[in-house]
Write a protein that binds this ligand. Structure first.
Ligand code: PHB
Length: 388
């Protein structure tokens, strides 16, 4: 087989890139280790930045998002006895959209025009520094496959083969792990809030998010390595009630049936550069952020948009300047999001150190009382331009 762009990974980065290339008349083929059902069912992020929604809308992918998603003006930040609303629209002119990654994934699959091969095994990337790179893999029926291309896009996450295909001497990896995780639940109950609540509490961070008018998504900070079976449903709801301030100023948290419970590790990772010869990395293959800033999916959308533009210039006009600038441009944005995610994470998570706790509360008071402080948060949460 031959194509113009061989894409490794059929998550949002890979499928959006394929879609954007298709709009520009560029052929691609996507390979994916997992089954289509597995990729579709993965519970991931739920927040799209203003700029991400613009990219999706321009690509003809905005109809269901705008009909079924929910635009939020901002978020609530709280700590015991105080809850403050930050109005991103008033502060920056930009809001965010609540739309599950699972929904976006469905839209991308429905809009797909390029072939996608699922459940492939042993994907390998070859000849990346030549102008004839290729992929090999084993199909589900056991046959050996080869795909020749002009460019390979690695959109296969931090555990996929693309990131590792860059020789050790040609890459730097920057990493931060955190001593805590998030216990996440999906619950079949209407959200108890109109917009997301980020809560600081001495017992640890809690977040009240949502997916639909009938489905809530909530998180609790737990120690790294926590086993979800240590958290029976009643314990989850009583700890959420405590940390989110149930009963304060008349606010109530309504519990409901928990349909999913899992523990998410918190880590940050950046691999640089995001290009090696004809291999370009996009999304989680190049960077992982802790979920506190809601940036992971947005970075994937931004990378796909930038890369599609760069590859269109390279393959249609034989102009490689945007491709040459891709890594630098994408990494600038990735580091901004990495900093913001680290900042939100360290401002909101309990460390057990009273000095940290006082600094966090002081920072929260400043961010919620100073227009400059609030605008900084709002700009990073809702308003990063595509190519800063
Ligand atoms: C989510 O809804 O899953 C979500 C929302 C905001 C975050 C992280 C996760 O910061």
């Amino acid at each position: 087989m031959r194509t113009e762009v061989a894409i490794v990974g059929a998550g949002p980065a890979g499928l959006l890139l394929s879609h954007l290339l298709g709009l520009a008349g560029i052929e691609s083929v996507v390979v994916e280790t997992r089954s289509q059902a597995h990729v579709a069912a993965r519970i991931r992020a739920g927040i799209l930045e203003h700029g991400s929604v613009e990219v999706l809308t321009d690509a003809g992918l905005g109809a269901r998002l705008r009909a079924e998603g929910h635009r939020h003006r901002g978020i609530y930040l709280q700590w015991p006895h105080e809850r403050h609303h930050l109005d991103f629209v008033a502060l920056t002119g930009r809001g965010v959209w609540v739309y599950g990654q699972t929904e976006l994934q469905k839209d991308l699959v429905a809009a797909r025009t390029a072939p996608v091969f699922y459940e492939v095994a042993g994907t390998r990337l070859h000849e990346l520094t030549s102008d004839r790179p290729y992929l090999t893999w084993t199909a589900p029926d056991g046959t050996a496959q080869r795909l020749d291309a002009e460019v390979v896009a690695g959109c296969d996450g931090s555990f996929g083969p693309s990131r590792a295909a860059v020789p050790a001497g040609e890459r730097r990896t920057f990493e931060r792990t955190y001593p805590y995780s998030w216990l996440g639940i999906l619950a079949g109950v209407a959200p108890s809030t109109d917009e997301l609540i980020y809560a600081w509490h001495p017992n640890g961070f809690a977040l009240h998010s949502m997916r639909t008018p009938a489905v809530s998504r909530l998180y609790l900070q737990v120690p790294a390595g926590t086993d979800p079976s240590d958290w029976p449903d009643e314990r989850v709801w009583s700890e959420l009630a405590l940390r989110l301030g149930d009963g304060e100023r008349g606010w109530r948290l309504t519990p409901g049936p928990i349909t999913d419970k899992s523990v998410l590790p918190m880590r940050s990772l950046v691999q640089a550069p995001m290009r090696y010869g004809r291999l370009f990395l996009a999304g989680d293959a190049a960077h992982i952020v802790p979920p506190t800033g809601a940036k992971g999916l947005n970075l994937a959308v931004a990378d796909a948009a930038l890369l599609a533009r760069a590859l269109t210039a390279a393959l249609r006009e034989r102009r490689w300047d945007l491709a040459d600038a891709y890594s630098r441009t994408a990494l600038r944005r990735a580091w901004r999001s990495t900093h913001f995610s680290w900042w939100m994470t360290t401002m909101l998570h309990a460390t057990g150190d009273p000095f940290d706790a006082e600094l966090q509360l002081s920072q929260l008071r400043w961010v919620t009382s100073s227009r400059a402080g609030a605008t900084g948060l709002a700009e990073n949460y809702a308003g990063l331009p595509l190519a800063p």
